[in-house]
Design a binder for this molecule. Structure first.
Ligand SMILES: *Cc1c(COP(=O)(O)O)cnc(C)c1O
Length: 357
């Protein structure tokens, strides 16, 4: 038998979440954000699951966009960081890719294009990462005319749509920079799509919600009606019956205070499980929610089987998601580990086989 760890991918859940996003933003089209290998779920797997519902796909690399075209997808494709040199411009034309333009230099590089192409213009309204600033705009409006670029969508990205600052200040900046713009706009990530209907615009850009992660610290995926798409599953490969006063794993960071049955799980940080997950991180064994114990090692971690009578050698374990070992929201694992479900999903290691369910 092979090492018992695997991930599952639930394409029906991905479609469910996409359609939920559509119901929440009925007036907008939706880019399915499949950057970062579809948040670790597999770009081609995600594209296949969404092919008949998605309005378009958004990702980063020209090479990955070309892979979609070569697999036959005709959907609009948005390159969220545009392009990085003028040598890529012919590829944008050949493969009908829509670049995000976030600086004057990129717009200037489009002068080598044979024909005008659709573009997104990214405005910096407060994230202060990428985007045109107010002093760029007079030049930009003029260059759009020179380059005959008339298929333009204005976009921005929110820094705190999931947090207390919300979107109001960035919306004000956006309106000020856009002037009397009556063309298409694209503003919302998952958090804005769910919380601020006024941001839906013409095209929203949901990412994490498609994969069943909540964008909010104060609202669960379950409450939002989202379904987990990825689960990470393994088995108990060793049992330790410890007395009180014995410690577990590297650094002896956990010491028992009572007799404890410990299960050793074939999953470690080299599989993508967060090494910073402390004792007490939720994990399910044979349908029972329990907790991890001690430090996560490269290929193994330990869990408490004291209250899991069926937690025997070979018992099924779910690290996150809805699996054969039980139900463990990825957001809860992420919170315990001081991170967000985005990072858990993206970190899934290539050595973990994926089964489509
Ligand atoms: C990643 C990304 C998104 C999706 O964000 P989520 O929080 O995952 O919904 C939307 N827009 C841009 C520009 C992005 O880079």
């Amino acid at each position: 038998m092979s090492r018992p760890i695997y991930a599952t991918f639930d394409g029906a859940a991905l479609r469910h979440n996409y359609l939920l996003a559509r119901r929440r933003a009925p007036g907008a089209k939706l880019w399915a954000v499949i950057k970062a290998n579809a948040y670790g779920h597999g770009q081609m797997r995600a594209a296949a699951a969404l092919a008949d519902v998605a309005d378009g796909f958004a990702l980063l690399e020209v090479s990955n966009a070309i892979a979609l075209r070569e697999a036959g997808y005709q959907h609009p494709i948005l390159l969220l960081e545009g392009f990085f040199s003028s040598s890529e411009v012919p590829l944008l034309e050949q493969y009908r890719l829509t670049p995000v333009i976030y600086c004057r230099e990129q717009l200037e590089m489009l002068a080598v294009a044979v024909r005008p192409m659709p573009i997104y213009l990214k405005l910096n309204t407060g994230m202060n990462r990428l985007g045109l600033v107010p002093s760029d705009m007079p030049w930009v409006w003029k260059r759009l005319g020179d380059l005959l670029l008339d298929d333009v969508t204005l976009m921005t990205h929110f820094a705190d749509a999931d947090g207390p600052r919300g979107v109001a200040a960035q919306m004000d900046h956006f309106r000020a920079m856009a002037g009397g713009w009556a063309g298409r706009i694209s503003l919302a990530n998952s958090a804005a799509l769910l919380r601020y209907p006024g941001t839906h615009g013409d095209w929203a850009r949901p990412g994490i919600m498609l994969y069943g992660g909540s964008p909010f610290a104060d609202q669960s995926a379950l409450d939002l009606g989202l379904q987990p798409v990825m689960s990470l599953e393994s088995r108990i490969i060793g049992i330790q019956e410890l007395e009180a006063g014995q410690s577990i794993g590297y650094g002896a960071s956990f010491t028992t205070t009572r007799p404890t049955r410990v299960g050793i799980v074939a999953c470690g940080y080299a599989d993508g499980y967060p090494r910073h997950a402390p004792t007490g991180t939720p994990i399910a064994v044979n349908g029972v929610l329990t907790r991890t114990l001690g430090r996560v090692s490269m290929d193994m971690l330990a869990c408490d089987l004291t209250a899991v009578p069926e937690g025997k050698l070979g018992a099924k374990v779910t690290l996150w998601g809805k699996g054969e070992g039980g139900d463990v929201p990825a957001d809860d694992v992420a919170t315990a580990a001081g991170t967000i479900s985005y990072e858990l999903f993206c970190a899934l290691a290539p050595r973990v086989p994926v089964k489509e369910i």
